[in-house]
Design a protein around this ligand. Sequence first.
Ligand code: OOG
Ligand code: MG
Length: 255
Amino acid sequence: MNDLAKIAEIVDEGARTASAIAQFSTEKPLSIDEAYAVQALSMQRRYARGEKRVGIKMGFTSRAKMIQMGVHDLIWGRLTNTMRVEDGGIISLANYIHPRVEPEIAFLMKTDLSGDVTPAEALAAVEAIAPAMEIIDSRYDNFKFDLGDVVADNSSSSGFVLGNWFPKETDFRNLGIVMTVNGHAAEVGSTAAILGDPIRSLVSAARVAASAGEKLYAGDIVLAGSATAAIALAPGQSIETQFQSLGNVGFKVGV
Ligand code: OOG
Ligand code: MG
C-alpha cells in the first residue's frame, strides 16, 4: 500500500518549488486509482494555499502526443488560476523545470456538465471556444513517466494561454494549426487530431469529472488536449501559434 498523502506532498513540492522528482514507477508503481487519489490530494494542498480551480485539462487525446510520450490512455488534470499566462505575456523559466508547449483548443462552459453525454449535449453546455496553448512541465526527472506517475503529477499541468473567445457556432473541428518558434514553424497540425473532433474531448471530460465525483462547472475552462507533439521551451523564444479562422495566441520566454 502506497502512502498517498506522502506522495501527494512530494509531487506538490516538486511543482511548488520547480524541482524535479524521481518517478514512482521505478520502485513502487501507482495504480490508476491511487494516482487520481494522489492528484486530488495534491490539489487540495494547492487550494489550501489559496489557488482556485478554474477548469480541467485533457491529455493524450491525439496520436502525436501518445507517440511522443509513450502513454496511450486518456488522462486529465485540474487547472488553477495561477497557471494562467496572459496572451502576449512573458514567462520566467525559473518557475519551471523543463517546460514544453503544445497547441490546444479551449472550451468555456456555459452550464454544468457531468457524466455520460452526447457530443450535441456537450456543445449545448459550451459558451465559447478559443485557440489555446498549454505549458506542460512534468515534475519527473527527464520528463519521463508512466501512466500512474503522470496522473499523480496532475497530468503535467503547469500553465495555459488563451486567445480570443469565439462563439461556439464557429467551426473548430478541422482547423489548421502552425506553432512557431521565433517565426519558424515548429509543429503543424489540425484540430481534427484531437480525437477526430475536439468536442469528443469535452464528452470525455464530462465523464472523467463525474468519475471523480465532480462536474465541469459553468465558467470552467476545459483544455481539449494537444493536437501535435510538444516542443521544449528555451530562453529568449517567442512562441506563437496560428489557428485557421481563430487567430493567434502567443507568449515569450524570458532570457
Ligand atoms: C502529459 C500531458 C499530456 C496533452 O495535451 O496531451 C497533455 C505530458 O505530455 O506531459 O497535456
Ligand atoms: Mg496538454
